[in-house]
Write a protein that binds this ligand. Structure first.
Ligand SMILES: Nc1ncnc2c1ncn2[C@@H]1O[C@H](COP(=O)(O)OP(=O)(O)OP(=O)(O)O)[C@@H](O)[C@H]1O
Ligand SMILES: [Mg+2]
Length: 246
């Protein structure tokens, strides 16, 4: 028997959800793209959202963060309703989003990018950032625009960890990166996972997602059509690959 990629030992099932999304519908103008999405994340859990291009994964993250306000349903975090809050107040509650475009400031240096977001209690200081990714120290004086895709991704993740979030939302962190960099980012996320950070990981890279996530929500056409636990992944690998293939 193959051991599951993720140890099921962590006591997550008895905990109340940290984030709960109920019957989420989301719209871009007249276009109705999410149709009754339900999902939850328990404290310390890493949950992946997987699915093909256009399935609604990014829209789900935008809806949770309050960046996309045109939505119905209920989003609760730490027992409080987020549904009516603007994105800055959602972030202040402890949610941090790293978008697909890796929002860093390209005209500022690496160090300036790291120093700009105020470090909050429990958040990462510069030393911690440099320890996790020594290349960021080496590149400290380089502008963001001169970084490789992998370095930009590292910087984007570390930047949001300055605020000490309770829930990290990552949109396709492995996309377009060399395998060795994907491995490095995976190692760092595994470390965060061990420390108990809760994460929603949007991915199309199944290997990366299954290395890290406790559960996987499968998105098709704006709906969650399946949910697979880490200990079910081996038995259901063919289904998962089919959901992701084009
Ligand atoms: N700004 C927008 N305006 C109108 N339609 C949009 C907008 N952004 C996304 N969509 C549509 O909403 C649907 C869901 O898109 P979304 O970006 O959430 O998918 P995704 O699962 O993140 O895909 P990908 O893997 O390509 O990033 C798609 O049909 C997409 O074309
Ligand atoms: Mg997307």
């Amino acid at each position: 028997m193959t051991a599951p990629a993720v140890s099921p030992a962590r006591p997550t099932s008895q905990n109340a959800p940290l984030l709960e999304v109920r019957d989420l519908n989301a719209f871009y103008g007249q276009s109705h793209v999410l149709h009754g999405v339900n999902l939850h994340v328990r404290p310390g859990e890493v949950v992946s959202l997987i699915g093909r291009n256009g399935a609604g994964k990014t829209t789900t993250l935008k809806s949770i963060m309050g960046v996309l306000r045109s939505r119905t349903g209920q989003i609760t975090f730490d027992g409080q309703d987020l549904t009516r809050l603007p994105s800055n107040r959602v972030a202040a509650r402890g949610l941090a989003w790293v978008p697909e475009e890796r929002a860093i400031l390209s005209s500022l240096t690496v160090r300036e990018n790291l120093e700009l977001p105020p470090a909050r209690p429990g958040g990462w200081n510069l030393e911690r950032a440099y320890e996790a990714f020594p290349v960021l120290r080496e590149r400290g004086h380089h502008p963001g625009s001169k970084l490789s895709g992998g370095e930009q991704q590292m910087l984007a993740i570390v930047r949001v960890l300055r605020s000490g979030p309770k829930l990290l939302l990552l949109d396709e962190p492995s996309e377009g990166l060399a395998p060795v960099i994907v491995q490095r980012i995976g190692d760092m996320l595994a470390e965060l996972r061990r420390e108990g950070l809760s994460v929603i990981l949007v991915e199309q890279n199944l290997k990366f997602a299954t290395r890290l996530a406790d559960r996987h929500y499968v998105f098709v056409d704006g709906q969650v059509v399946d949910e697979v636990r880490a200990d079910e992944v081996e038995a259901r690998r063919a289904d998962l690959l089919r959901y992701l293939s084009v």
